[in-house]
Design a protein around this ligand. Structure first.
Ligand code: MSP
Length: 700
């Protein structure tokens, strides 16, 4: 009976539904090395997703990879691999990168996922049956790297692609077309009469170039016959669905649209924010809404085209060879530093010149000097003056400087939130660090060390106030500082996670998962411990020199295998076979089984990151590992299945013997060997560096 009553009470109060928030990054081409540009969009979306989650939204954050198309087919062929094997390695790598960068995505779609492929075929068929897709002949120019058809009027001088400026090729073939022209007017209305596309500066560009006049928007070729690596048109053999139809639809197929289970689609669509850089705004603000209009699916609420991270004046891109490796930066300076730099340095929406020097300087000024020192100084004083215990003060106790600081503490959440809602990401961090600076200034103004000295002042004690009033003031000053630190760390959580977690630990508090305690005075008593150093001071000149060496070293590794790491990221490498020379070995080796230093030097040992791992079929002891050795991919079969499940190894650093003669194990070519210790039960334990070092680092 009691049970029944309980149940009925529960039923009458259904759980409160949180509002939903769906945010997406573009899905990235696995065609070369992942660089800081890809990390930029993903980190920005991550900060927004985390902010929304902490603000009480039920968030779905989607990212993924765009794996089909001629470009990938060609790159895989150049690397001597099947397209799927080629992309698998790079997809494994990007997943490791997102893990390293603390990306909190809820979904990861690969366009090679079976359910995505089936949904694309349904979408194509639906549009065909509705008459929005029809068959005809295509004659014109095609840009292979951009996978785009262009009309004569759209081409740049010399028949160059208007997007990337590269040569286009003549193309003529039977083709399916999407009636894009039919949607010119609704698109014009959408772009000019709503906030669909942002920032507003992008609207003019789209309207002037593609929509302004009748006849400007032509029907779009949506099938290809010149390559095979893609999703077949279900009712016409030989035709492959145009990669941009395949790719754009990921935003709904990832939620189950076009499948038997579309619960996520029903829950989260339409997307609240679709983010990308400016070069693909045309696809997202013209083709994408037109496809959705054709399908009768509601449109996303906002499409935002941010600027580029520029390197030496140009867009950072694989083909230009100016890639900055986020693995190296994260391993060397920590994830917080890289995330903070990306979110703070770039005025969101604008282009920004990348300079490692600026990253290091930001680290030294904002993170180390301002935040790190504030926390270090305050917790050290709390320990020294009060054994770490600091309590909330009565209202009338304190200094003339308190009101201004408290006002800033109380305003922080609303000010930062307002900026984030407007996608002013960098400015929101500026506001946050303004509080940090104010707290540092407050220390200089209130001089807690002088107050402490006064409490110890013998003369005062004999005057019979025992230093109590001063002690209360000192307590109030430290309380105010701890409140400023706590509220700042809480607000920092969407942006960076490691330093705030350490801060909360030293404040003796759990890490909050929302913004419910953002007001001054939420804590009655602090029991703090002295904070460890949050950010080490970097010697900018020395770091720049070392990074240069590392980058050159990486280039050397890549050049050694006959590719530039861009064109052939997954190229099968045959490690230099060791040339055994038993005679000389006999001569050099001394009798007691020792080897000479020269013999040891023949071993090429390097650190590597496990990017993918799976069991080897019908072999209980074997795992197949995909390793990233400083940008070079290797496959290694290792007998460590008794000690590790594949998932345990992803993202771990191992030590690889790179120049071991390749050997076939269960039909798989193993290109090296990872080092393991053997434990007391004779089980292998992988050897890992004591701290993360760039993958591909020499072990000696
Ligand atoms: N696969 C398409 C997108 C399909 S979405 C349906 C594609 N992929 S990409 O790998 O080239 O990624 C492009 C996106 O990566 C940019 O739009 C941007 O989000 C991010 N960036 C890549 N390089 C960048 C910079 N240098 N600067 C800023 N963002 C950059 O296009």
């Amino acid at each position: 009976m009691i049970m029944a009553k309980k149940l009925s009470t529960q039923n009458s109060f259904p759980p409160i539904q949180k509002p939903t928030y769906y945010i997406t990054t573009p899905i990235y081409y696995p065609s070369g090395k992942w660089h800081l540009g890809h990390s930029y969009t993903t980190v920005c979306c991550d900060a927004l997703a985390r902010f929304k989650r902490m603000s009480g939204f039920d968030v779905y954050y989607l990212t993924g990879t765009d794996e089909h198309g001629q470009k990938i087919e060609e790159r895989a062929a150049a690397a001597g691999l099947e397209p799927k094997a080629f992309v698998d390695g790079l997809v494994g790598e990007i997943k490791v990168l997102w893990k390293l960068l603390g990306i909190s995505n809820d979904g990861f779609i690969r366009t090679t996922d079976e359910n995505h492929k089936a949904a694309i075929q349904r979408i194509f068929t639906t549009l065909y049956e509705k008459g929005d897709i029809y068959k005809s002949k295509y004659k014109g120019r095609y840009c292979t790297p951009c996978e785009s058809f262009w009309t004569a009027s759209q081409l740049k001088e010399g028949d160059k692609c208007p997007d990337c400026g590269r040569d286009t090729v003549e193309a003529e073939e039977d083709c399916y077309f999407f009636r894009l022209s039919k949607y010119r007017e609704p698109l014009l209305k959408l772009l000019t009469e709503s906030d669909f596309l942002q920032p507003a500066s992008r609207v003019n560009e789209m309207v002037n170039n593609f929509l302004a006049e009748e006849g400007m928007l032509e029907d779009l070729a949506v099938s290809r016959t010149s390559f095979r690596w893609g999703i077949p048109v279900p009712f016409d053999d030989g035709h492959i669905v145009y990669v941009w139809v395949d790719a754009l639809s990921n935003y709904i197929t990832a939620l189950g649209y076009g499948s038997d289970d579309d619960a996520l689609f029903q829950k989260y669509w339409p997307a609240d924010l679709q983010m990308m850089a400016k070069e693909i705004v045309r696809f997202h603000s013209i083709i994408w809404p037109a496809l959705l209009m054709g399908l009768g699916v509601p449109l996303p609420k906002k499409v935002y085209g941010h600027g580029w991270l520029l390197f030496s004046g140009g867009k950072m891109s694989k083909s230009v060879g100016n890639v900055v490796d986020p693995f190296i930066l994260c391993n060397r300076y920590g994830v917080d530093a890289v995330r903070y730099y990306l979110l703070r340095e770039i005025s969101f929406g604008q282009d920004c010149d990348y300079a490692t020097e600026n990253l290091l300087t930001r680290c030294n000024t904002d993170l180390c000097n301002d935040l790190g020192n504030l926390v270090k100084r305050t917790t050290a004083m709390a320990r020294q003056y009060f054994g770490g215990k600091v309590t909330k003060s009565a209202k009338d106790v304190g200094t003339e400087f308190d009101a201004a600081l408290i006002e800033k503490i109380n305003a922080l959440h609303s000010e930062v939130s307002a900026k984030l809602e407007k996608l002013e990401i960098s400015r929101s961090l500026e506001t946050l660090f303004d509080l940090v600076s104010s707290a540092n200034k407050y220390i200089d103004l209130t001089k807690p060390w002088a107050l402490f000295k006064e409490t110890k002042n013998e003369e005062r004690k004999t005057k019979n106030d025992g230093g109590d009033a001063v002690e209360k003031t000192l307590n109030a000053v430290l309380y105010n500082l701890l409140e400023a630190i706590r509220v700042s760390a809480n607000m920092l959580l969407p942006f960076i996670q490691n330093a705030p977690a350490k801060i909360f630990a030293s404040l003796g508090l759990p890490v909050p998962d929302d913004f419910s305690a953002m007001k001054y005075g939420a804590i009655d008593t602090y029991q703090t411990t002295e904070s460890e150093v949050l950010f080490a001071r970097l010697d900018v000149k020395k770091e720049l020199e070392e990074l240069e060496l590392l980058t050159n070293n990486e280039k050397r590794i890549t050049n050694n295998v006959g590719g530039d790491g861009d064109k052939e990221p997954n190229a099968k490498s045959s490690p230099e076979p060791r040339t055994p020379n038993p005679e000389s070995r006999g001569k050099e080796r001394s009798d007691n089984n020792m080897i000479t230093i020269d013999e040891f030097a023949k071993l090429e040992l390097k650190t590597a990151v496990v990017t993918a791992c799976e069991k080897v079929e019908k072999a209980d002891k074997l795992l197949k590992l995909t390793l990233d050795v400083g940008g070079q991919m290797r496959t290694v079969v290792s007998g460590i299945a008794a000690s590790y499940a594949p998932a345990d190894l992803i993202g771990r650093q191992v030590v690889l013997v790179c120049n071991l003669q390749p050997a076939k194990l269960r039909g798989i070519e193993s290109q090296g060997m990872i080092l393991c210790a053997v434990d007391e039960n004779d089980k292998p334990v992988i050897v890992e560096p004591g701290r993360a070092v760039p993958s591909g680092s020499t072990v000696r």
